[in-house]
Design a protein. Structure first.
Length: 429
């Protein structure tokens, strides 16, 4: 008999709140999360970390659910790492001192909690991550025991009222992924069970699939249950089922090997390669810090046939989330402006190589200025880092892409203050 889970929940509220607001355009609903966790075991501890002086309404909702709230004070610069450390220390202390607690749920999308996840797994604790698919680090999604998307927890609680912290529907409906994208994972799982000499029952099949891919969720494919997911695959001809001693067994269709190989479906890495090329060509637009909808507009302008579902993503924000983990983009978030995307380390390094000629000219002019002390002509436009032209330029939606006039350098200021008295001023200046 499987051991019942006794779950301790740790909520990084500042992280999960801004992620939900910027991707789902609604308030974080703690009740939906706790109700979803109750389906997996007994929730014995609930702790949330945040700056509660700024979240009065949320604090009341958390209090109604019996969640202990720990105040997290940020530094004048907005640093909240101290609160993250408190969460990690409290979780580890509970792992050391509460042997009966065998599962830990971290409600956050922050990859900084990866060391905590690894340490809890070393102590033989089951680790669940709750977060949005569009903002939870893919590193966290792939290295926990089970990833529960916040979107799926909301969907499972749809029959009950959305009162409390859930005013309003999500502005965009998540699209179901094509069934054939799940076939390689199902096939790999069946091969694994076959090598172990284990009969592929439905329950064992799902648990093994989640071991191989903790982020797997049948609801991403338009099924309300795992049995419904298998029925869809059977109806499409990808799988076959048979009954043995009253148990439903799943089999691969031997006559459809091409289907089990995914029908040549494009991989998520293909999306990252394409995205990198488009963003590199429009790195100056990205340097202004633009929201996800404008990044998507840049991509669709470059490739009108682009569909994120073809690459295994339910929405474009998930593409950017994966690109962030790959270093293509950098994300900055705040409550006023939401998530904004800037060039990541990979793009910054590549742009230097692509602009060698222009930067070389700029370096030459800087050397000439420092050696002669002459002033640059302010009427000439800057030649460095000009915005990308073409289709990407039309996606700024009213934003000016012209580079700002560079500030005067110290050498130029010194030159202007050392002009001999009585010396005539050049008209060009």
């Amino acid at each position: 008999m499987e051991e019942q889970l006794k779950i301790a929940v740790f909520i990084d509220y500042d992280n999960i709140e801004i992620g939900v607001k910027t991707t789902l355009h609604r308030e974080f609903d703690v009740r939906s999360v706790l109700e979803g966790l109750k389906e997996r075991g007994e929730v014995v501890s609930k702790t949330a970390y945040g700056n509660w002086s700024r979240h009065g309404a949320a604090a009341r909702a958390f209090s109604e659910q019996g969640v202990q709230m720990v105040q997290r004070d940020t530094t004048p610069k907005g640093d909240k790492n101290g609160g993250d450390i408190n969460l990690a220390l409290d979780a580890l202390e509970m792992a050391f001192t509460r042997d009966h607690i065998n599962a830990f749920t971290i409600v956050s999308g922050d990859s900084d909690f990866m060391p905590l996840v690894n340490k809890l797994k070393q102590f033989n604790k089951r680790v669940l991550i709750v977060g949005g698919k569009a903002f939870t680090s893919t590193i966290l999604q792939r290295n926990c025991h089970e990833f529960l998307s916040y979107e799926s927890l909301l969907d499972s609680q749809t029959p009950r009222s959305r009162r409390g912290g859930g005013s309003g529907q999500r502005s965009r409906q998540r699209r179901s992924l094509p069934l054939q994208r799940a076939v390689p994972l199902v096939d790999r799982t069946l091969h694994s069970l076959d090598r172990r000499g284990v009969q592929p029952q439905l329950g064992l099949l799902k648990s093994t699939m989640q071991q191989l891919d903790p982020a797997f969720d049948e609801r991403e494919y338009g099924a309300s249950s795992f049995s419904g997911f298998i029925e869809k695959l059977v109806d499409e001809g990808f799988l076959a089922v048979r009954t043995v001693d009253g148990q439903v067994m799943v089999e691969r269709r031997v006559d459809d090997e091409d289907s089990t190989n995914g029908n040549g479906a494009r991989d998520q890495e293909d999306a990252i390669r394409m995205l990198g090329e488009v963003l590199q060509a429009n790195v100056d637009i990205l340097s202004m810090g633009i929201p996800a909808r404008e990044v998507e507009a840049v991509v669709t302008a470059a490739d009108p046939d682009f569909k994120e579902t073809d690459y295994g993503f339910s929405e474009f924000a998930e593409v950017l989330n994966y690109a962030h983990d790959k270093g293509l983009v950098r994300v900055e978030a705040d409550l006023e402006h939401g998530l904004r995307y800037y060039p990541g380390d990979e793009l910054v390094g590549g742009s230097q190589g692509l602009g060698e000629d222009a930067e070389g000219e700029a370096d030459t002019s800087d050397q000439a200025e420092s050696s002669s002390g002459e002033l640059l002509d302010e009427s000439k436009p800057s030649r460095s880092r000009a915005p990308a032209r073409g289709r990407g330029r039309r996606t700024t939606r009213g934003r000016s892409t012209a580079p700002r006039k560079p500030a005067a350098s110290p050498a130029r200021r010194r030159a202007s203050t050392r002009r001999p008295a009585g010396e005539p001023v050049d008209a060009a200046e």
